[in-house]
Design a protein around this ligand. Structure first.
Ligand code: NAP
Length: 295
């Protein structure tokens, strides 16, 4: 490795754990790392370990010109802007263009599985960013991050409270992966980049139906949980009745539709290979989080 590694979004859940694993699991020296955030004041712990911190805000071009200067390997962590106005794509395209102008040695990006063939409403943000990276002429590594096990905390507490989990995913399968396993894998990919351009898909090791996941939840919590299979329209109505904000409902319903249509059923060995560690099983994750699942 010739120069510094910059991780954007370093105060977020994923960015923070990627930096942790660069230091602790993959033996990268703090002096070779830069942590970027809109608010570097949140990066005190990393600064204390000797990691340089910089202010990076994809909405502020000046922060990108300064922030990407002297960087060899740049990880763009996708942002959390999920409004329907194309905000996230605009932010990420600004980051890719600034990386091109700064002449970074390689660009890395956190995308989603099947970004080019997905029913999920925000897939175009990821596909557009992947396309811009490929068009930039820079060397690249794309990490298509599978669904976090932590996403289950969105639906399961309410479902367990009522003993019923409404789903329109049918018999579609999904191989959840712990967020920390994704972080460790990405850190491995940053610490030892390949010579060629590459796209990884980081999934868990077993793709399960919602019924199979519910069985694991029952075993972990000892609580009753029945999957109620409905269609997309019913699911949307139920979310509306439960008070889910209207702008988010199409996105949440598209998760289930995408699973039902088999578009996120893939299982790869990429995460285990890159991280060099055994992945957390869904059963163990659920057992370790029974309190959070209880809501
Ligand atoms: N695969 C999955 O299941 C899944 C689930 C949820 C999210 N995601 C995606 O993966 C990303 C990381 O996940 P996470 O769990 O770490 O989410 P998170 O904790 O919500 O982090 C959001 C990230 O977005 C960054 N960000 C927001 N606005 C930005 C801007 N204007 N410029 C630069 N960075 C900005 C934040 O960085 P700072 O605050 O440090 O600037 C932060 O790292 C998310 O942002 C989202 O794109 C994937």
């Amino acid at each position: 490795m010739t120069g510094k590694i910059l991780v954007t979004g370093a105060s977020g859940h994923l960015g923070a754990r990627i930096l942790h694993h660069l230091l602790e699991s993959h033996g990268v020296a703090a002096a070779g790392l830069v942590a970027g955030s809109r608010d570097p004041a949140k990066l005190g712990e990393l600064a204390g370990k000797g990691v340089e911190t910089r202010r990076i805000d994809f909405d502020d071009p000046a922060s990108l010109t300064d922030g990407f200067s002297g960087i060899d390997l740049l990880l763009i962590v996708s942002t959390d802007a999920l409004d329907a106005q194309g905000t996230r794509l605009r932010q990420q395209l600004a980051a890719v263009e600034a990386a091109r102008q700064a002449g970074v040695g390689r660009i890395f990006y956190t995308s989603m599985p099947g970004a080019d063939d997905s029913l999920i409403t925000f897939a175009p943000d990821h596909l557009g960013t992947e396309q811009a990276i490929k068009a930039s002429g820079l060397a690249y590594t794309i990490f298509r991050n599978g669904w976090y096990m932590e996403n289950l905390f969105m639906a399961l507490p309410a479902a367990l409270a009522h003993g019923q989990w409404y789903s329109s995913a049918g018999q579609g399968r999904l191989a959840h992966i712990a967020r920390d396993d994704i972080a460790r894998a990405i850190a491995g990919g940053l610490a030892s980049p390949p010579a060629e351009n590459i796209t990884y898909t980081l999934t868990g090791d077993t793709a399960r139906t919602t019924d199979e996941i519910a069985a694991l939840v029952r075993a972990a919590t000892g609580k009753p949980l029945e999957v109620v299979h409905v269609d997309d329209a019913h699911l949307a109505k139920g979310m509306e009745a439960a008070g889910v904000p209207a702008p988010y409902i199409p996105t949440f319903v598209s998760f289930d539709a995408n699973t039902r249509e088999g578009k996120i059923a893939m299982v790869t060995d990429d995460a285990r290979t890159l991280s060099g560690a055994t992945l957390t099983s869904l059963a163990d994750f659920l057992k370790a989080n029974t309190a959070a699942l209880a809501g």
